[in-house]
Design a protein around this ligand. Sequence first.
Ligand code: SOE
Length: 394
Amino acid sequence: MTDTRAALGVGMVGYAFMGRVHSQAWRSVGAFFDLPVTPVMAALSGRSGDRTAAAAASLGWAAVETDWKDLVARDDVQIVDICTPGDSHAEIAIAALEAGKHVLCEKPLANTVAEAEAMVAAAERAAARGVRSMVAFNYRRVPAVALARRFVAEGRLGELRHVRAQYLQDWIVDPAFPLVWRLQKDKAGSGALGDIGSHIVDTAQFITGQTLTGVSAITETFVKERPLAEESAGLAADASGDGGATGTVTVDDAALFFGRFSGGALGSFEATRFATGRKNAMRIEVNGSLGSLAFDFESMNELWFHDHTLDAEEAGFRRILVTEAGHPYAGAWWPPGHGLGYEHTFTHEVKDFLEAIGEGTDPAPSFADGLRVQRVLMAVEESAANESRWTAIS
Ligand code: SOE
């Protein structure tokens, strides 16, 4: 049967950890979801010709560019997928939107609020021409997280009182781990705060439907000097062999902050890369007047729910295995109980993005949602820098 759906060429910039998992999403989405348009993996862009060609061959991209500007200009590219460090998000996204290309941009949206504001302006101009944009906060697309949002929206938690969010990793606990780009402010914008703190801010705002209105924060850089990186990709790296040259870490290793939500709930947040033994523990608990929810990405197919309206004798947190056909996204995959993984959240992300493009609607999270997160990150950094509302204990 001939596929009569419009084919949209995708051009991706970057092929490290995010590039690899986005490639898996573009490759698999059409096989598991009935889409209004068909994605074609047209071209991959990277600075090194040889390495980009090797990545394109292994990840399934048809052509190679060594300059993202050439990728954006290609006639066979209608979607630009940005999987680069944050210092290039604004330049690439604005150019692509102005060239009439739909844009999916990895998080955080940008390295500064000013950059994010320029991206939002470009996205709004482009949307008027039917050009769509989305920021890749993939944890919204975990079935259990989407179910949590559904429960809150249905009022099953009542009035929200507390949001307790953590994102715990430990990949740089070793001081000998080299100075990769995620540890350099000019490349990454911030450290744990922007890289993983942005996820828990967006996820908390997504589940509760409320936004943070103010924060008080502390940050810390535990290891201030590291060996220079020779090779790095994703979360792995090799130290340079030139006799111990080191560089200064210019970002936070950990950020802790608390704040108020627009609906009155209180929030506490912890983003750290020094939670020794925790690998990718993105956790959130929401407490309300009628019940509570708890989620831990390291058990991503489970949502814990406490219904406080039940008699005390039978109440308590119970585990929902979020793998039923009626659960968000789950029905497209395997029979109940067989579970999904990290990669599936990105497939759900491109599925929703392609559906919005095909239906002519604006996808979420929008660049404006990404700007809201960026404003929280800036407020955390300003609060931590001024140690505002910090009462020393003598
Ligand atoms: C590193 O902290 C990282 O790769 C983040 O950049 C991703 O956004 C997160 O999903 C996994 O960890």
